[in-house]
Write a protein that binds this ligand. Structure first.
Ligand SMILES: C[S@@+](CC[C@H](N)C(=O)[O-])C[C@H]1O[C@@H](n2cnc3c(N)ncnc32)[C@H](O)[C@@H]1O
Length: 278
């Protein structure tokens, strides 16, 4: 991160620290997904309400820190695989989260400096930081859409102005589908998004799984805090998100088993993979 970027980041955070629910739609009284995620990842862009909610969660499920780290590592491996091995140069990353290390554009542009990335999120805090920090190199591009995943039509409409829809696009839904209340609704959204991108495009996705009683119990407590609830799903339901797509090896698997770079990765309760639109 350059000195200029660091200053922009600090200024954005200080400005946001003075905001409340009436200014710009950022509510600092209710814990928020992107900010709690940032806290678990060791970031500084969160408020006391997020830290409290994050700590309470971790008391019931201490593995949440490893799950957050492992998820970011999965994103890195998935984006590298798409850019380097499948020559994908366009990424539509929906549910961006607050900028951290190895953001999608940095990973993709390391493999292909000409990669174009469009980030999508519905959180004003994410938007403010993304505009300050998610800046591209000269050959590629990084752009940002403020939009809600529940309106895939609007996301596609705006993305059409920013990406070339005659060329394959990697649609990324990383750790966001739990915010969609029902499985059917999530499948419809994925179907709409994949219908809108050309053949040869990819879906890259992971989500937390309902495979650990402590994680389920922590999630129930979180859902009671007033934050937007997060629905943990069965691994079979996550696999079903890829129906109609050609799933790449090694399949839809626990993310620590997806093309691991270490011999003995720490197991986590999240499933994911990549599928190609035929
Ligand atoms: C748990 S974070 C995941 C961040 C990142 N993708 C990762 O895996 O590290 C979920 C992100 O989804 C965003 N989000 C939640 N609901 C959303 C919605 N309905 N539309 C768009 N973004 C949403 C949150 O603001 C947050 O940035």
């Amino acid at each position: 991160m350059s000195e200029q970027q660091r200053n922009s980041w600090t200024a954005a955070t200080e400005e946001l620290g003075e905001l409340n629910v009436d200014d710009g739609g950022i509510d600092t009284t209710v814990p928020h997904s992107a900010r709690i995620w940032n806290y678990w990842l060791g970031g500084k862009d969160n408020f006391p309400v997020d830290q409290r909610a994050g700590d309470e969660y971790a008391q019931t499920f201490p593995g949440i820190f490893e799950l957050a780290r492992s998820s970011r590592a999965f994103i890195g491996r998935a984006v590298t695989h798409l850019a380097a091995d499948h020559h994908i140069a366009q990424f539509l990353d929906i549910g961006t989260g607050l900028p951290t290390e190895n953001n999608t554009h940095q990973v993709a542009q390391r493999a292909n400096p000409r990669a174009h990335i469009v980030y999508v999120d519905n959180d004003p805090l994410v938007l403010t930081h993304a505009e300050a920090l998610l800046t591209s190199n000269l050959e590629g591009s990084t752009q940002y859409i403020e939009a809600d995943l529940r309106r895939p039509d609007l996301i596609l409409e705006r993305a059409r102005n920013l990406l070339d829809f005659d060329q394959p696009i990697a649609v990324m839904l990383m750790g966001i589908l739990g915010h969609i209340a029902t499985h059917d609704q999530a499948r419809t959204i994925i179907g709409d998004l994949m219908q809108g991108v050309p053949a040869g495009s990819f879906l890259a996705l992971y989500d937390g799984t309902a495979t650990n009683p402590d994680l389920l119990s922590a999630q129930e407590g979180y859902d009671d805090t007033g934050a937007v609830p997060y629905k943990l799903r069965h691994p079979d339901q996550i696999t079903a998100f890829f129906d109609g797509l050609e799933v790449l090896p090694p399949g839809i698997v626990p993310i620590h088993q997806w093309r691991p770079t270490t011999a003995d990765p720490v197991p986590v309760d999240a499933h994911g993979g990549i599928g190609r639109k035929p």
